[in-house]
Design a protein around this ligand. Structure first.
Ligand code: 8DG
Ligand code: MN
Ligand code: MN
Length: 371
């Protein structure tokens, strides 16, 4: 008799761009734990293990089932000894001792607190920690510390900014920006990107692409938009970065490098009356408005598809798109362009689908990119 053939299991790709990952995460108990390990590695600038855990977490997020025993994780890619050990511990005890230890560690807790302030990165947080500072009141009372404008706004609006932005609030902000952009140029194009385009219910900010079909015209668009927001009295903070885009440059290898489009990082005042169903504020908050973080990016129209793909995220999805392009296709992808190293030519795209097609990838919808 024939030996019994094993039941075929659909293999899971090691690349997030070959997986479909919705916002429904069936393995949150593991991925929450992995997120703590990732953050701790980031604070300690430990790169290799950090990448490994990020990839493992991303694989688990894509699964249509909850892993209930390690046998179910046997054939999955990107799960190393460390991640498997953590998972086993969680399955057995309900939590991981390594994660618990990090969560109770004073340095971790302090760095996490400090970096929760808009404008405070790991470097600054570490500097404050080394001075012996442990709380916001310590920082604000320390005479040797000079807060930059961004950090001052971060502390000023801390309560609002650390509160999640709802979908209804994102929509309301879309209306505000849309109106302002169209008052400047009737052919303005506005698109919601970031987590909300991926179907998330809540976000830490709202991300938009705003541009115009007329090439070159987009260069001045953001400063006009900011002027108008200011006149309306709703611009609480702005950090504008002018375009340094150079069409002749090859795509960057490094994902973490910022793109070269004109962009601005804002804090806007959102009125209660503009939001259907009301603001997501604390109980008893009767101000009638809240502050919200908003990112605007303004690519030239011929780069629109690349910018949209790059700003839609998730960050892990973007990392893996670039890694896939480089390792599997000998191509370089970033927020501006796609370059074929074999043919030595740039590949044009007007839609995200064009880019997936150039890469020989099945199209993944925005809401399936929550890797
Ligand atoms: P969240 O805000 O709901 O927490 O999630 P998100 O929308 O996925 O995160 P994000 O931090 O707002 O980033 C959205 C995308 O923007 C992400 O894929 C990375 C991309 N992005 C760039 N360049 C830059 C940049 O210069 N700054 C920031 N903050 N994001 C950038 O491609
Ligand atoms: Mn966002
Ligand atoms: Mn953002």
């Amino acid at each position: 008799p024939e030996p019994s053939t094993p039941t075929p299991v659909a293999t899971v790709s090691q690349y997030a761009c070959q997986r479909r990952t919705t916002t429904e995460n069936k393995n949150k108990i593991f991925t929450d734990a992995f997120e703590v390990l990732v953050e701790n590695y980031e604070f300690n600038e430990v790169e290799g293990p950090c990448v490994a855990i990020r990839r493992a977490a991303s694989v688990l997020k894509s699964l249509p089932f909850e892993v209930q025993h390690m046998g179910a994780a046997e054939d999955l890619p990107c799960l190393g000894d460390h991640t498997k050990a953590v998972m086993e511990e969680i399955l057995q005890c309900g939590h991981s001792f390594e994660v618990e230890k990090i969560l109770s560690d004073e340095r971790f807790r302090t760095l996490k607190l400090f970096t929760s302030v808009f404008g405070v990165g790991p470097k600054t947080a570490e500097k404050w920690y080394r001075k012996g500072l442990r709380s916001f009141s310590d920082v604000l009372a320390e005479p040797s510390i000079h807060l930059n404008r961004m950090q001052q706004s971060g502390f000023l609006h801390y309560g609002d900014i650390s509160r999640a932005v709802s979908k209804a609030e994102a929509r309301a902000l879309g209306n505000v920006i849309d109106e302002v952009a169209h008052a400047i140029t009737p052919d303005a194009i506005l698109a919601l990107t970031g987590g909300f385009r991926r179907g998330k219910e809540f976000g830490h900010d709202v991300d938009f692409i705003v541009t115009t079909p007329e090439l070159g015209r987009e260069k001045s668009l953001l400063s006009h938009i900011m002027d108008r927001l200011k006149k309306q009295g709703i611009l609480l903070y702005s950090d504008y970065q002018t375009s340094t885009f150079d069409i002749t440059k090859l795509p960057s290898h490094r994902f973490e490098a910022m793109d070269h489009f004109a962009k601005c990082f804002l804090i806007l005042r959102l009125e209660e009356s503009q939001v259907e169903g009301g603001l997501n504020t604390a109980e008893g908050d009767s101000r009638g408005w809240r502050a919200v973080r908003v990112d605007l990016v303004s690519p030239p129209m011929d780069r629109y598809a690349f910018a949209l793909l790059g700003w839609t995220g998730s960050r892990q999805f973007e990392r893996d798109l670039r890694r896939f392009a480089r390792l599997e296709r000998r191509m370089l992808l970033d927020n501006h362009a796609l370059y074929d190293k074999t043919k030595k030519e740039f590949l044009a795209a007007t839609t995200e689908k064009d880019i997936f097609a150039h890469l020989g990838l099945e199209y993944i919808e925005p809401w399936q990119r929550n890797a």
